[in-house]
Design a protein around this ligand. Structure first.
Ligand code: ATP
Length: 308
């Protein structure tokens, strides 16, 4: 049975003047899952997330978060969700630990502040004012502020942008712990590895619409083609090999004796290639199958790199 949905977006439209930032977007987020919203710059990710947080009012369509209207029911919703903004929302003269403790006090069942500070490597920043923290520290503090109230649902807008690898890993661990605690997470990211590592569900958005969604596994299987490579005698009759393979498959000798086959690479195709090799007295060496990554799927769907 599918878990309850915590975010429901139906045909959302959001315009800024004549610019349509979100253009009929549908998205559903299930309880306890991590949903990654991926898209090129300007795709409408931040606008979508800000609409869920109640910071923007839809021009058309509906948004429900924990069953509530994020604008009309903001007072009821705010204590139940955690929000990590890309920037701002923080008084820059306040000390990091003060802000976190203050935030914790606003909630009935906050996380242990000291443990959270330790967890995110903010131990030495406690007495430092926000404006004096490094970009990475500000980022981690914003994450801590978003989760300290033990929310049911958190929105993280590019949570690891600009973080060093160690800080990225601790952020990922925290997101995994939140999921283990039953917290639902919606995150936007430009990092494919982040989506592949963390997300149960990925929505790829482009020009204000969801263009593909599914688990990372489903997207990689369904979208892009896969590649099979092997080494053999130079100058094999690639045309004859192609005749044995299904329509739509491509085969080339990339460099001398190095062959690459692209298409729906499944066990049947592998069997056909090896049996063709056997018939032609070829010992295929170094056979490898490459599964395409979310990055390939993304490029294929949007024609764009994730970061421009
Ligand atoms: P990025 O990955 O660069 O953060 P995004 O996918 O989050 O991009 P949005 O920030 O939602 O995209 O922006 C969607 C579109 O709306 C962009 O073309 C952007 O320039 C435009 N836009 C966003 N905010 C405003 C605003 N306040 N006024 C006018 N246009 C805006």
């Amino acid at each position: 049975m599918r878990s309850e949905s915590v975010v429901q977006i139906r045909r959302l439209v959001k315009r800024y003047g004549s610019k349509t930032a979100v253009d009929g977007l549908d998205l559903e987020v299930h309880q306890g899952s991590v949903t990654a919203v991926l898209g090129p710059n300007g795709a409408g990710k931040t606008t979508t997330v800000e609409t869920c947080e109640g910071y923007r009012r839809p021009d058309a369509g509906t948004v429900r978060v924990l069953g509530l209207d994020p604008v009309a029911d903001a007072a009821k919703l705010r204590p139940r969700i955690g929000v990590m903004l890309q920037s701002g929302g923080v008084y820059s003269g306040a000390r990091a630990d003060e802000m976190l403790r203050h935030m914790a006090k606003l909630h009935a069942h906050p996380l242990d502040v000291d443990a959270l500070i330790e967890r995110l490597g903010l131990g030495r920043c406690g007495r430092t004012t926000y404006r004096r923290l490094s970009g990475g520290q500000q980022q981690r503090l914003a994450l801590a502020m978003a989760v300290v109230g033990r929310p049911e649902l958190v929105f993280l807008d590019e949570p690891t942008a600009g973080l060093d690898p160690h800080a990225r890993r601790s952020t990922w661990e925290l997101v995994r712990e939140l999921r283990a605690d039953g917290v639902s997470t919606v995150l936007t990211t430009h990092f494919m590895d982040e989506a592949e590592e963390l997300a149960d569900h990925v929505a790829i958005i482009d020009a204000g619409k969801v263009v593909a969604e599914g688990s990372p596994e489903q997207l990689c299987r369904g979208g892009a083609e896969n590649t099979l490579r092997f080494m053999g005698r130079p100058g094999l009759d690639v045309g004859s090999l192609l005749k044995a393979l299904p329509d739509g498959t491509e085969a080339v000798e990339l460099t001398t004796g190095a062959y690459r086959i692209t298409g729906q690479v499944d066990p049947q195709l592998l069997a056909t290639v090896t049996s063709w090799c056997a018939q032609h007295g070829v010992m295929p060496e170094g056979i490898s199958v490459e599964r395409h990554t979310l990055e390939d799927v993304f490029l294929e769907l949007t024609g764009k790199e994730l970061r421009s």
